[in-house]
Design a protein around this ligand. Structure first.
Ligand code: KIV
Ligand code: NA
Length: 263
């Protein structure tokens, strides 16, 4: 049932049909998401949503590869992208060595790299060496400590011009598509129109070429707060809490197991 996308078929979706991307961190949920997703992203957001950390910076190549292998196992044939973690592409040499590991050790199709024109040389180095790269511009979560918070981009003409420059530099470096995160809608739309590769938005409005959400946000498993750009498609946390409470109650009351669940 999974749509078997390639780098080429994703590129062709530009000006055709919006791209559906969602994060996945394990085999079980990957198998549930894959039939409806064009791309599964093993995001370093797992360090927050599943690792319980306050930012993504502690994710490592070993952690990302462990989760990517699980996702590929759960969704054979899906286009899986490994999100290169903080520090894994500090130089073109380090980046290529780590990206090679992704192809050697997992079935992922591509890697994602955060950054604009400052990463163009690195991304060219990867694409020249046969690595498929997804870019990521706008708000860059891996810069959170250096910038002192998460700040929406595209708020003035200079930022708009910089984003268009970033998108063009990444297109030239050979990315097959890019994420645009936390950007004012009208600006994100203009950035998408300035290049021929698809832009997949998160908090970037509805004028881009696709959407991505962190699945635990989209399905209501993260209850502490809801960023404006998240839509909740399920009250996941509530469902799990209710199920867990019922299980606990039945064990305590010796209602479970009963005859139908005993040998
Ligand atoms: O880590 C992640 O989940 C991401 C997406 C939000 C694009 O980078
Ligand atoms: Na990420």
């Amino acid at each position: 049932k999974t749509t078997k996308h390639t780098i080429l078929s994703i590129k062709k979706k530009k000006n055709n049909a919006p791209i559906v991307m969602i994060t996945a961190y394990d085999a079980l949920f990957a198998s549930l998401f894959a039939p409806h997703a064009d791309i599964l992203l093993v995001g370093d957001s797992l360090q927050m949503s599943f690792g319980g950390q306050s930012d993504t910076l502690g994710a490592t190549m070993d952690i990302m590869l462990y989760h990517t292998k699980a996702v590929c196992q759960g969704a054979p044939g899906a286009l899986v992208v490994l999100d290169m973690p903080f520090g894994s592409y500090a130089t073109p040499e380090i980046g290529l060595a780590n990206a090679m590991r992704v192809y050697q050790e997992s079935a992922a199709t591509a890697v994602k790299i955060e950054g604009g024109k400052e990463r163009a040389a690195l991304i060219s180095h990867l694409t020249c060496n046969g690595i498929a790269v997804m870019g990521h511009i706008g708000l860059l979560p891996q810069n959170v400590r250096a910038e002192g918070g998460y700040k929406v981009k595209g708020k003035d003409a200079d930022q708009e011009a910089a984003l268009i420059q970033d998108a063009k530099a990444l297109e030239k470096a050979g990315v097959f598509c890019m994420v645009i995160e936390g950007v004012v809608s009208e600006v994100a739309t203009k950035v998408a129109q300035s290049v021929n590769v698809p832009l997949i938005g998160i908090g970037a409005g509805n004028g881009v070429d696709g959407q991505v959400l962190v699945w635990s946000d989209a399905f209501g498993f993260f209850n502490e707060f809801k960023p404006k750009f998240v839509k909740r498609y399920l009250e996941g946390a509530t469902l799990i809490e209710e199920a867990m409470a019922t299980y606990a109650k039945e064990v305590t009351a010796r209602q479970f197991p009963d005859a139908t669940t005993s040998y």
